[in-house]
Design a protein around this ligand. Structure first.
Ligand code: TYD
Ligand code: MG
Length: 452
């Protein structure tokens, strides 16, 4: 018998090397190469989809919108871009215990009413799934369960049952006999996901994988899964709060960066239709260091409270801590505040936090962070019902942000009355009941704040 060919695959980037080395030649990571069976020659996505590689003029191709299969959970459908797509493969990643199985069981129950749905559980027994269904009030849901971890058996079950939707919870537990490496290893996860994906493309079944996130925050089996599947969703949330966010990182069938918001209740996940209210903490009166900003999450504006605490250094070097935003960005903003606003925080510890476990990824929150720092430093709250957004440049300019009007509208809708915006985002028409403070520079914003 020919000896099976082995390669050394990097657990960080998935890159393969013919021999073991201390450093991955592809991504430069150290001690990440593990032995695995040589994967079959990489198949391009097109050939997986069964499309012949004939050359076709673009104009002669008739684009067809793929049919959407709504999951019945509107927030989940929003991140998916309207629902699951036949033949599409999605990956739902997240920390253990965040609610992946709960969400997918709820979605299966709703889907099962109209589509044959198979729930493959590799982590829990069917009894455990039934227990969860009982808790969710879904015992009567028309779902087929399969407790199985062997790929060949799962494929056989799918062929036999011919479901329209398959949930695989989780892909890390699935293994194939064809490989000797342990279940959960890079080679196993990659091979099993690739085979199931091929099956989905060939048969038109929808497959949703559950994937665990490693301690470092990467999907285990690492990034190899992300480019195999069509849609990558991440489940995130502060373990101490009941709110859960599902974020689309990649979506071949819809917008990436879309956000779905859920609350974990006693009886499962409930979609939150007005998420802006969530990320604002309830203060009886205005509080120094607290500023509300409007970020854009996918297609919708989201109001988020930024809190800063600026406190004299207790010996040693001043500390800078950012939760829910980039610490480098905070350092940069403090430098701008010093140089262009004349506000020196060198002798202070600066802590900044985005409330509610949300992450502010876009620079539109810059001005809010600056004003929060200034407000805490001077111990002077902003006027009640103020909202601030704008990107801050290194030259001290306040730059416009995209879709400023929508952000302002969302804020006004929620009762905000004072709006700090970049001059270029100033609304063309006055807004009823709102005072707009449009600024071009950081010092202008600080001066306006001091006059209020
Ligand atoms: P689960 O879906 O099992 O998480 P995952 O599959 O991502 O590991 O969710 C587990 C947590 O959710 C657990 O801590 C209990 C909680 N939970 C509720 O609060 N309410 C519910 O109705 C359910 C089913 C779970
Ligand atoms: Mg689970």
């Amino acid at each position: 018998m020919a000896k099976a060919k082995t390669v050394y695959a990097c657990t960080e980037c998935g890159g393969a090397s013919p021999k073991w080395q201390g450093q991955c030649p592809h991504c430069g990571a150290w001690n990440t190469l593990v032995e695995s069976l040589a994967a079959p020659a990489p198949t391009r996505f097109e050939s997986v989809a069964g499309v012949r590689s004939a050359v076709t003029p673009l104009a002669s191709v008739t684009a067809q919108e793929s049919e959407r299969i709504p999951t019945g959970l509107s927030e989940f459908d929003r991140v998916l871009g309207g629902g699951l797509v036949a033949g599409g493969v999605a990956l739902l990643g997240g920390d253990p215990g965040i609610g992946k199985s709960t969400l997918l069981l709820q979605a299966s129950a709703a889907l099962g009413a109209t589509r044959k749905t198979l729930y493959v559980t590799g982590e829990e027994s069917v009894e455990q799934v039934a227990l969860r269904a009982q808790r969710l009030g879904l015992v009567q849901a028309p779902i087929e369960l399969l407790a199985e971890v062997q790929l060949e058996a799962i494929v056989a079950a799918i062929s036999g049952l011919a479901p329209e939707v398959v949930i695989v919870d989780s892909i890390q537990t699935v293994y194939t006999e064809a490989l000797q490496s342990a279940p959960g290893s890079v080679a196993q996860v990659r091979e099993c996901a690739a085979q199931l994906t091929r099956l989905a493309k060939k048969s038109g079944v929808v497959i949703v994988f559950v994937g665990h996130v490693t301690k470092e925050g990467a999907l285990a089996g690492p990034r190899v899964l992300e480019h195999i599947v069509d849609t990558v969703l991440y489940f995130e949330g502060d373990p101490h709060s009941s709110f859960r966010l599902v974020r689309a990182i990649k979506n071949r069938f819809g917008a990436a960066n879309e956000l779905g918001v859920f609350a974990m209740t006693e009886r499962g996940l409930r979609g939150v239709t007005n998420p802006s209210a969530l990320f604002l903490s309830q203060h009886g009166a205005p509080v120094a260091g607290s500023v509300v900003t409007a970020t854009l999450e996918g297609s919708r504006p989201l109001l988020v409270e930024v809190q800063a605490l600026v406190d004299p250094v207790q010996g040693g070097t001043p500390r800078r801590l950012a939760v829910g935003l980039d610490p480098q960005r905070l350092a940069l903003l403090l430098a701008v505040l010093h140089r262009h606003g004349g506000v020196d925080t060198g002798g202070y510890d600066v802590f900044v936090n985005a409330v509610g476990g949300v992450r502010i990824g876009e620079p539109a929150g810059d001005l809010a962070i600056l004003l929060a720092v200034e407000s805490s430093l001077k111990n002077r709250p902003l006027p009640e019902k103020s909202i601030v957004f704008g990107e801050v440049g290194l030259a001290g300019e306040v730059r416009p942000v995209q879709r400023g009007q929508e952000r302002i509208r969302e804020a006004v809708k929620l009762g905000f009355t004072t709006v700090f915006v970049p001059a270029a985002n100033r609304p063309r028409q006055a807004i009823d009941g709102a005072r707009v403070i449009a600024v071009q520079r950081v010092d202008e914003a600080l001066a306006a704040l001091r006059e209020l």
